[in-house]
Design a protein around this ligand. Structure first.
Ligand code: URA
Length: 264
């Protein structure tokens, strides 16, 4: 390889690093820069008023999500959705894990590297801690249902940006409405802020009960925010507060549930 080629390669690798490409998923590099066939002509503009791109995409996502009457249909709809650029860099769609009949549903932030590889949420180190936390109150993946705000891994595990959250939120709302849990747990600040529609941080939000109105559910859903297990791995002292939240969740589950009277 000549010097200029080596330099080009080094630049490309530096760029990969900057955008968070930290794993190789195929053995051979594709020629991503090869010109593609010209795209088909754009359809005539619809008469929708001009909206910020993320809001317009969220409207599309909401329309698609509302068509899904089952979890399988929702998964298929999300899989077909091209509005979120994360789909391009992700290896797998990470939809959910656990029991859709469970009374407890947990919503995290977004898949990490391990989740992206396996197509399942919370299977890395944070997920192992989550499993231990759930076990401490007698629960496991047969008795809970787990998903994330985003279904694709942000490159380099960066925090999801507001546009990504806005455009994917209709899917999360539909997901919750289809599962109809008795209790919802928001894991970490990103999930709590997105679903509680607030800018307050997790320190303020955690440990309190909220009545969350979810489109498609007849009654507000008892919801609590708590620390993300990845934060607990970095900040073991916070486990004390987290334990309090777990006790509160276990207590809440002692009350008989109504699985949200009206179906979504
Ligand atoms: N962190 C999350 O928020 N979700 C996962 O699935 C894994 C790590």
């Amino acid at each position: 390889m000549s010097d200029p080629e080596l330099q080009q390669l080094a630049t490309l690798l530096r760029w990969y690093e900057e955008v968070g490409v930290d794993a190789s998923v195929v053995d051979e590099a594709g020629v991503w820069t090869r010109p593609k066939a010209a795209p088909p002509p754009a359809p005539a503009p619809a008469s929708r008023p001009a909206l910020p791109a993320a809001d317009a995409t969220a409207l599309d996502a909401a329309a698609l999500a509302s068509e899904a009457d089952t979890l399988e249909a929702l998964r298929a709809v999300i899989d077909r959705f091209d509005g979120c650029a994360l789909k391009v860099t992700a290896t797998n769609l990470v939809f959910a894990d656990g029991n859709p009949q469970a009374r407890l549903m947990l919503v995290g932030e977004a898949p990490g590297a391990e989740e992206d590889r396996k197509g399942l949420p919370f299977v890395g180190r944070a997920g192992q801690l989550l499993d231990r936390m759930l076990a401490a109150i007698g629960l496991d993946r047969n008795t809970v249902y787990i998903t994330n705000i985003l279904n694709w891994r942000p490159p380099g595990n960066r925090t999801p940006n507001p546009s990504e959250i806005t455009m994917c939120l209709p899917f999360v709302h539909r997901h919750i409405a289809l599962v109809r849990p008795d209790v919802l747990v928001l894991l970490g600040g990103t999930s709590a802020k997105a679903l509680l529609a607030t800018n307050d941080g997790i320190m303020k939000l955690r440990g309190r009960w909220y009545d969350l109105a979810v489109p498609g559910l007849a009654a507000p859903l008892p919801t609590i925010a708590t620390f993300h297990p990845a934060y607990l791995l970095r900040t073991p002292l916070a486990k004390r507060q987290s334990w309090k939240d777990l006790i509160a969740i276990a207590k809440r589950l002692e009350a008989p549930g109504d699985r949200r009277a009206t179906p979504a």
